[in-house]
Ligand binder design. Structure first.
Ligand SMILES: [Fe+2]
Ligand SMILES: [Fe+2]
Length: 171
């Protein structure tokens, strides 16, 4: 069973994962409009992964006998100055997500809710990868500044990203 506080915090995170998905879909649209379809592909895949995160949390709340109440999804930022701006915003967004999972883990730990602490471990580990992913592409984008040809090479690289569904029952 989940405490009211933990159930509410997990529910808020479900909505935030949808917001993450929405944010990345808006970034995909910006990239598409900028004729960078490889970058757009990267964000389309990212948006799908965020939906998987929401579903993983959703399933867990029910598994623990709780209830899911979905919140409002805020309008995502739609205009960016540059691809550098996109990736700086993306990295900051992932850092914010990490903070949220740390906060969730703090609540679970205070309540000695060991099952939830163990469940949250997956997300905390995943965030290391998420931040690293954005940070490494951000560094590459920085190197492409003032060099559109290099940006198009990076666009080709990002076109290769493939979505792999998360197996929500076994992960
Ligand atoms: Fe996520
Ligand atoms: Fe993420």
């Amino acid at each position: 069973m989940l405490s009211e506080k933990l159930e509410l915090a997990l529910n808020e995170q479900i909505t935030f994962e949808f917001y993450s998905s929405y944010t990345y879909l808006a970034m995909a649209a910006f990239c598409e409009s900028s004729d960078l379809s490889g970058f757009a592909n990267f964000f389309r895949v990212q948006a799908k992964e965020e939906l998987d995160h929401a579903t993983k949390l959703y399933d867990y709340v029910f598994q623990k006998g709780g209830t899911v109440i979905l919140g409002e999804i805020a309008k995502p930022k739609e205009k960016y100055d540059s691809m550098l701006d996109v990736f700086e915003t993306g990295l900051n967004h992932e850092r914010e997500v990490t903070k949220r999972f740390y906060n969730l883990a703090d609540i679970a730990s205070e309540e000695r809710e060991h099952a939830t602490m163990s469940f949250l471990r997956w997300f905390i580990d995943e965030q290391v990868e998420e931040e690293d992913n954005f940070h490494s592409i951000l560094k590459k984008v920085r190197r492409c500044e003032g060099n559109p040809a290099a940006l198009y090479l990076l666009d080709d690289e990002l076109a290769a990203r493939v979505y792999t569904p998360l197996n929500n029952t076994n992960n």
